[in-house]
Design a protein around this ligand. Structure first.
Ligand SMILES: C[S@@+](CC[C@H](N)C(=O)[O-])C[C@H]1O[C@@H](n2cnc3c(N)ncnc32)[C@H](O)[C@@H]1O
Length: 209
């Protein structure tokens, strides 16, 4: 971590961060966490936090809960939160599925899963985030009409995501297939790298019934 990131983690985690312990635990009180009642977006695997910070900054009426396992990414997002004066971001450190289990059903306005690790080898597909039981959990935490938005530059994962999301009986796809790239999703280094390598990016945007 850079000195700046270490400093941000030390100073800001207590105010803006939360740990996600393994195993059962108390449900998370989202209104208590953000200090207000507003629609909540869950950003899974926020990486270095550039997307979360940019979207939260452009969308002050919603609260953004980022979850990430990688400490430098958490620290970088905390630094961005301070630099941009963001009041609507909280950063959870730990496993996204453990965190999601602690959220009340129907409590989320949107779930973002941008460029999840593709786990390209068949024997590793079971590690993928987008698979039927995980999708059922994420969808259960969405309010009716809430959005599950995934993006990937891995063509085979994109097809697998579409199959999985189409098969969930509680999700509807207003686009009928891959969605047009929404302007509100910022371009990150993953997307830039994919475009340079000529790997098109697929957006999948579904709504809970
Ligand atoms: C390929 S990166 C994408 C980062 C970011 N979404 C972006 O578009 O720039 C995937 C991120 O997901 C995180 N991740 C993987 N599994 C996770 C899990 N179970 N819970 C939380 N984060 C996870 C990784 O640490 C990594 O930072």
């Amino acid at each position: 971590m850079s000195g700046r990131q270490t400093d941000a983690l030390d100073r800001l985690f207590t105010a803006y961060g939360l740990d996600v312990p393994d195993g059962p635990g108390a449900p998370i009180d989202l209104a208590g966490l953000f200090g207000r009642t507003a629609p909540v977006v869950l950003e899974i695997g926020s990486g270095m936090g550039d997307t979360t910070a940019a979207m939260a900054s452009a969308d002050p009426d919603r609260d953004y809960l980022a979850v990430e396992v990688h400490t430098p990414g958490i620290a970088n997002l905390l630094d961005l939160v301070e630099r941009h004066g963001l009041r609507n971001v909280r950063v959870a450190q730990g496993d996204a599925l453990e965190l999601t289990r602690r959220l009340p059903p129907g409590s989320l306005d949107a779930v973002h899963v941008f460029f999840p690790d593709p786990w390209p080898k068949s024997r590793h597909h079971k590690r993928r985030l987008i698979q039927p039981t995980h999708v059922a959990l994420l969808r259960d935490r969405l309010a009716s009409g809430g959005v599950l938005h995934c993006a990937t530059d891995w063509a085979e994962y994109a097809e697998a995501m579409r199959e999985t999301l189409d098969a969930d009986p509680e999700l509807v796809n207003p686009h009928g297939g891959f969605a047009p790239r929404p302007a509100h999703r910022p371009v990150t280094k993953f997307e830039r790298r994919a475009l340079v390598a000529d790997r098109p990016v697929a957006d999948l945007i579904y709504r809970r019934r």
